[in-house]
Design a protein around this ligand. Structure first.
Ligand SMILES: [Zn+2]
Length: 450
């Protein structure tokens, strides 16, 4: 595997070339270490055009090509050109920095990044994108470029351009290919200069349905039963970063009609859903979780989404509401669906209330999909990580009459597990193995996340 972090760009090397020439030949020499000359290239590169007369002091020089896609090479060459132009001109607001930022953001959007990290290192700055939960290094630029980037981003976020010694945060909107995107910006002074993180807020662009989340058809048909409930409690469990809130949002979106009043309590609101009454917790002004919970039923809702069951109090409200003709959805930290039941009992849930209200528990994890371009060989589409995109592996436990009576009489874990075996309950592991058989992911990945 090519560890791209080692492919530090040697700026002295690039400056020997005219960008026009690199653009024509679609090659980008990045490093010379005495024996090897590393070059980014693609299938359309005219490698014979690479003039090595500046470089060859060593007779045994070997050229090593690192293969990229055409648009990627063009983009990288243009970005280096822009970064040089920006440092030379250094006047903010110039069209070069605007084009540069545009390209950086556009790339992030097309790669489905959640965050863009622009970091100062000792001798350079790097740009990394968080894609499918994992940071991937994309670009390395000259250290002096950080001032230009930082000033421009602060300017469009209405921040003080001269302030780089204290953390700042703000947000900005940006049009990319005529579509408006929102970004949250955070800057932090570090020992080598500023670290800037941009969070991509897909504000009103969320139109995910459960199928695109990678739920298998078996799980999907179980979730469809959840959508037909009239009342009761539905929980989604999993650790942080297991995609719980995305699943909850998708379900809410499927239930969102003009005949239903849906109210959510979130900390914070991650996506805005049209028509849904979303409450953003703001402890600093006294709009606390408990205060909203206490008053929520007076809003006459049909469906309530409680961001997270965090203590006995929120659980009690959730149980009460689901007993009185409401459908309550909530997420909870637990490893699997059976553990969720015992977590509720730990939170002092009334066993009678619990057995009569709890209807379904969904447990889930996100797994990395094998890159569909290279299927495991490594390519520039997956940034040589073999994986690209994520799917959900899940288990959906229906609290049937038997389980409900076991909850009521306080049955032990192994007793419930025994029953699940009898009814051939499909666990997350079963779902994962199915995805391995379908060549969507690997067994390694399934075991890693479970
Ligand atoms: Zn690949």
């Amino acid at each position: 595997m090519k560890e791209l972090f080692n492919n530090i760009i040697d700026y002295n090397l690039i400056e020997n070339y005219s960008f026009e020439k690199l653009k024509q030949s679609l090659i980008l020499p990045i490093r010379l270490d005495g024996v090897y000359l590393n070059i980014f290239s693609c299938n359309d590169s005219q490698v014979e055009n690479l003039d090595t007369k500046y470089l060859i002091k060593n007779f045994y020089l070997k050229k090593e090509f690192i293969l990229f896609f055409l648009d990627d090479i063009e983009n990288r060459i243009r970005l280096y050109n822009l970064s040089i132009l920006c440092i030379k001109k250094s006047e903010i607001n110039s069209k070069y920095i605007e084009e540069f930022i545009n390209k950086i953001l556009f790339k992030a959007i097309t790669l489905r990044s959640s965050d863009i990290h622009i970091e100062s290192l000792e001798n350079s700055i790097v740009i990394r994108y968080r894609i499918d939960g994992i940071l991937k290094l994309f670009y390395i630029f000259k250290k002096s470029f950080i001032t230009v980037i930082s000033s421009y981003l602060k300017m469009i976020s209405n921040l003080d351009i001269t302030q780089n010694r204290l953390p700042l945060d703000s947000s900005f909107s940006y049009y990319i290919e005529k579509v408006k995107y929102d970004f949250r910006i955070s800057t932090m002074p570090t020992i080598y200069g500023e670290s800037i993180v941009l969070r991509v807020l897909h504000s009103n662009k969320v139109k995910k349905d459960l199928k695109t989340l990678g739920f298998s058809s078996d799980m999907f048909s179980k979730v469809e039963k959840i959508l037909r409930l009239n009342q009761g409690l539905v929980l989604i469990s999993g650790p942080t970063g297991s995609g719980k809130s995305t699943t909850l949002y998708s379900i809410i979106q499927m239930l969102n009609t003009q005949h239903k009043k849906i109210i959510t309590i979130e900390d914070p609101v991650e996506y805005k859903i049209p028509q849904v009454q979303q409450v953003n917790i703001q402890d600093e002004i006294g709009l606390s979780f408990d205060k909203v919970l206490k008053n929520i039923l007076r809003q006459d809702p049909d469906i309530i989404l409680i961001g997270e069951i965090r203590d006995s109090y929120s659980l009690q409200i959730a149980l009460q509401a689901s007993l009185t003709g409401h459908i309550v959805f909530a997420s909870i930290h637990a490893n699997n669906s059976i553990e969720t039941v015992f977590r509720l009992i730990d939170l002092k849930a009334d066993k009678y209330l619990l057995s009569s209200t709890l209807k379904y528990i969904i447990s889930q994890r996100l797994i990395l999909n094998l890159c569909k371009y290279c299927k495991g060989k490594g390519c520039s589409r997956c940034n040589f990580t073999f994986y690209s995109g994520r799917s959900c592996i899940a288990e959906v436990l229906n609290i049937d009459n038997n389980i409900s009576s076991m909850i009521l009489k306080g049955s032990a874990l192994n007793e419930i597990n025994e029953y699940l075996k009898q009814i051939n309950f499909k666990t997350m592991l079963d779902d994962g193995i199915l995805k391995v058989e379908e060549n969507i992911t690997t067994l390694d990945e399934v075991y890693k996340v479970l």
